[in-house]
Write a protein that binds this ligand. Structure first.
Ligand code: HEM
Ligand code: SF4
Ligand code: SF4
Length: 433
C-alpha cells in the first residue's frame, strides 16, 4: 500500500511539474507575432508524416538516420510498457496485461529487441561524440551545456534500457523458480542471456527486479521533466514544427504586410490600411518581433549542426552559424519570457536578440542560399530569422554597409541596382557600343 502511495505521489508530481514547464514554453512561443499557418491542411499532414514520422530528411545521412530510427521507434514503442507499469504501480498488481497470453509474449519480445536496438543506436551516438569527435558537434555555440546536455540524454537512455532488460531478466528467473506471484508470462529473447549473471536466491532477485522497476519508472518521470530544458524537447515539437512549416518554395520571401499596405495606399487612394500597430517594427530586433513559428523553431532545434555543416558562410570561415542563430533565439526567448512573466508585457532589460546575442557580422555573412533550411531534418528555417534581423537593420536603422546603401540609392534613382541612368539601358544593343 505504501509503495502504491509513493508511486502515485511521484507520478502526480512529475505530471504537474511537466505541465508547468510546457505551459511556460507555450507562453514564450505565444510572445511571438501572429502568423497564419493553417492553410492546406492535407499537405501539412503529409509533410509531418513524411518528415517527422517518416524521418525522411534524417536518412540523408544514413548512419545517423538509421541509428536515430532505432532510438525513435524503440523509445516510442517501449514506452507502451509504461502503461502497464503505471497500472501495476497504482493497483499493486504485477504484469497486469499478462492475461493477453501469446500476444503479451509477442509484445514483451518486441520491446526487448527494440531495447537492444536503442542501445546500439545510443552507443553509436555516444561514439560519434566521444570517440570520433564529429566536426559538426563543435563550434563556438557548442559550449559546456549543449555538449553535456547531449551526453546526459544518451546516458539516461542507456540506463533506462539497461534497467528495463535487467528487470525482465530478474523477473524471468523468478518465473522459472515459480516464486510468489511471478507467474510465467512474456517472452525474453534478449534478457534471457542476462539470467546467468544474476544471483540465484529469490530474495535478491526480487530486490533487483523491484529496484529496476522503480528505477525505470522514476527514470522515465525524471526524463519527462528534463525534456523541456533540453534539446530533447524535439521529440515532442518535431511534429507541430513540421506541420506548421513553410510550404512556399524556398527562396520565396514573404512580403511585409506594413510595406504592402503602404504600396497599396500609394497606388490606390481608396485603399484603407488597417489601423497601424504602434509596437510593430519593420523586421525584428528582438524575439517579440519574430513570429510564433520562428520561436517554436528555436525550441525544436536539436543542435545537430547539419545546417551549419552545409552553410557556405560557415565553411569559408565566416562568423555565421545557423545553429547558433537558433540557439541564440531560444536563449534570448527564455530570458525575455522570464522577464515578461515577472514584469508584464512592457518588460525591457535593454537587451535584444540583435547585438546582444547575434552580431551584425553574423547576419551580413549570410548568402541567403537556403542550404541550412534544406538540410534541417525538422523543417527549421534559420534564414527567415536572419532576414528579419537584416530587415530591421536596413529599414529601421538604415544601418547597412556602404555597398548596399549605394545599391539602394541606385534602385531609388535609376530603378536598377546599377549606377547607370535608365536612359542608357539599351546602350549595350547599339551597333557601335
Ligand atoms: C520519441 C521520439 C524520439 C526520440 C527518443 C529521439 C531521440 C533522439 C536522440 C537520443 C538524439 C540525440 C543524438 C545525439 O545528439 O547524439 C536525437 C537527435 C535528433 N533527433 Fe530525435 N528523437 C525522437 C524523435 C525525433 C523526431 C520525430 C525527429 C524528426 C525528424 C527527430 C529528429 C532528430 C534530429 C534532427 C536529431 C539530430 C540528429 C543528428 O545529430 O544527426 N527526432 N534524437
Ligand atoms: S541561408 Fe545563410 S545561414 Fe543558411 S546556409 Fe545559406 S548562408 Fe548559411
Ligand atoms: S536548425 Fe535544424 S539542422 Fe540546424 S542544428 Fe537545429 S535541428 Fe539541426
Amino acid at each position: 500500500m505504501i509503495a502504491q502511495l509513493i508511486f502515485m505521489l511521484a507520478f502526480g508530481l512529475a505530471v504537474v511539474f511537466f505541465t508547468i514547464q510546457v505551459k511556460k514554453i507555450i507562453r514564450n512561443i505565444n510572445l511571438g507575432k501572429d502568423l497564419h499557418r493553417k492553410d492546406q491542411p492535407a499537405k501539412r499532414w503529409a509533410v509531418m508524416a513524411k518528415v517527422a514520422l517518416g524521418q525522411s530528411k534524417m536518412v540523408v545521412r544514413p548512419v545517423a538516420g538509421i541509428m536515430h530510427i532505432f532510438v525513435y521507434v524503440g523509445f516510442v514503442i517501449i514506452n507502451l510498457e509504461v502503461l502497464e507499469i503505471i497500472i501495476d504501480g497504482i493497483f499493486g498488481t504485477h504484469r497486469i496485461f499478462s492475461f493477453l497470453g501469446g500476444f503479451y509474449s509477442f509484445l514483451i519480445a518486441s520491446f526487448e529487441i527494440l531495447a537492444l536496438l536503442v542501445l546500439v543506436g545510443v552507443f553509436v551516438f555516444l561514439a560519434r561524440r566521444l570517440v570520433l569527435g564529429l566536426k559538426r558537434f563543435s563550434g563556438v555555440e557548442m559550449t559546456n551545456w549543449p555538449k553535456s546536455d547531449a551526453i546526459y540524454i544518451l546516458i539516461i537512455e542507456v540506463l533506462l534500457m539497461s534497467a528495463f532488460l535487467t528487470m525482465n531478466a530478474a523477473d524471468y528467473k523468478l518465473q522459472l523458480l515459480g516464486y510468489g506471484h511471478y507467474v510465467l508470462a512474456g517472452s525474453f529473447p534478449v534478457s534471457q542471456f542476462l539470467v546467468n549473471l544474476l544471483p540465484a536466491d529469490a530474495s535478491n532477485l526480487v530486490m533487483i527486479e523491484r529496484s529496476c522497476w522503480w528505477f525505470h519508472i522514476i527514470g522515465i518521470l525524471a526524463f519527462l521533466n528534463y525534456l523541456p530544458i533540453s534539446k530533447h524537447f524535439h521529440i515532442i515539437l518535431a511534429f507541430p514544427n513540421t506541420w506548421f512549416s513553410n510550404l512556399n518554395p524556398k527562396g520565396q520571401f514573404n512580403n511585409m504586410e506594413s510595406v504592402n499596405n503602404e504600396v497599396k495606399a500609394m497606388l490606390d487612394p481608396s485603399f484603407l490600411p488597417p489601423p497601424a500597430d504602434t509596437n510593430s517594427k519593420f523586421g525584428a530586433k528582438d524575439v517579440k518581433d519574430l513570429n510564433w513559428v520562428q520561436l517554436m523553431n528555436a525550441y525544436t532545434c536539436t543542435e545537430c549542426g547539419r545546417c551549419t555543416s552545409v552553410c557556405p558562410a560557415n565553411i569559408t570561415g565566416k562568423l555565421l552559424s545557423p545553429r547558433k542563430i537558433m540557439m541564440d533565439t531560444r536563449d534570448r526567448l527564455d530570458e525575455y519570457g522570464k522577464g515578461v512573466a515577472k514584469q508584464g508585457k512592457d518588460f525591457d532589460d535593454g537587451k535584444s536578440l540583435l547585438d546582444n546575442y547575434v552580431s551584425r557580422e553574423e547576419i551580413w555573412a549570410c548568402t541567403s542560399c537556403n542550404a541550412c533550411v534544406e538540410a534541417c531534418p525538422i523543417a527549421i528555417d534559420p534564414l527567415s530569422i536572419i532576414m528579419d534581423l537584416r530587415r530591421y537593420a536596413v529599414m529601421e536603422e538604415s544601418n547597412v554597409t556602404a555597398s548596399l546603401n549605394a545599391m539602394f540609392s541606385n534602385v531609388e534613382n535609376n530603378g536598377a541596382p546599377w549606377k547607370y541612368s535608365p536612359a542608357d539601358r539599351l546602350n549595350w544593343a547599339k551597333e557601335d557600343s
